[in-house]
Design a protein around this ligand. Structure first.
Ligand SMILES: [Zn+2]
Length: 239
């Protein structure tokens, strides 16, 4: 190989390696090996419902009603700009005692963002949720569950626990009916399950299917012997 090509090729290989470590490497460590990331709680007869991408002025109140009617507290991973746009809804979620999570400021895929933009997404997301609700979000979940190294580190620096999920009744592309959603959650639930749902985003029909399914989901989980708890109780170290 001509000597004048060797340096640029070495630099390109180094850069590619760095990008791979920043994205895929972090995801394998966080999502697959689960270093510093929670996907499920201890194996007790408890499960947690988590709702991503809200708050939504139309659908979040319906979900809050269904949870209140069943006497259940859950966890809401809010998108910062949605909390800014619907602060009253965000406040209502917090006032009902549900746990709050940071789902970044604008739900960009973190693999497309350099470190400084990632830190801004994490910081602004946390600040927007805290401003709207008066409560600093205790948990962090990246969009689509995909970490990069900067988000992984920054969430830790903010004191936010990194939480993914162990049960996801929605497909990534197609719609899911309320009946399918309920059946999947009840069938796939396991001791310590973290169940990923959406009060906004995803397929357009998903949030409605979610609040329609919710009473049946909760009843079915209880019939299987699970209590439905917020993350702070699911992840509580005490038995
Ligand atoms: Zn999301």
């Amino acid at each position: 190989m001509p000597g004048d090509l060797r340096m640029p090729l070495t630099a390109a290989a180094g850069l590619l390696g760095g990008v791979a470590a920043y994205t895929v490497g972090t995801q394998v460590m966080a999502g697959t090996i689960q270093v510093g990331v929670i996907k499920r709680g201890p194996a007790r007869p408890q499960v947690a419902l988590t709702f991503d991408d809200g708050p939504d002025p139309e659908h979040t109140p319906r979900i809050l009603e269904a949870l209140a009617a069943a006497g259940v507290q859950a966890t809401f991973f809010m998108i910062g700009r949605h909390a800014e746009a619907a602060p009253r809804v965000a406040r209502t979620v917090a006032a009902a005692g549900h746990d709050l999570g940071n789902h970044t400021y604008s739900h960009r895929h973190l693999w497309t963002l350099p470190p400084w933009a990632t830190v801004a997404e994490v910081d602004l997301g946390a600040a927007a949720v805290a401003d709207a609700t008066g409560v600093f979000p205790r948990y962090f979940r990246p969009p689509w569950g995909m970490f990069n190294w900067a988000a992984y580190v920054r969430a830790g620096q903010l004191g936010e626990e990194r939480v993914l999920w162990s049960v996801r009744p929605e497909g990534w592309l197609g719609p899911v009916t309320a009946g399918e959603m309920a059946a999947r959650v009840i069938r796939w639930a396991h001791p310590g399950a973290v169940i990923d749902l959406h009060d906004r985003g995803g397929h357009p029909t998903t949030p409605r299917a979610t609040w329609t399914a919710l009473p049946g989901v909760i009843a079915g989980l209880r019939a299987r012997g699970f209590s439905v708890v917020p993350l702070r109780l699911l992840l509580d170290a005490a038995p």
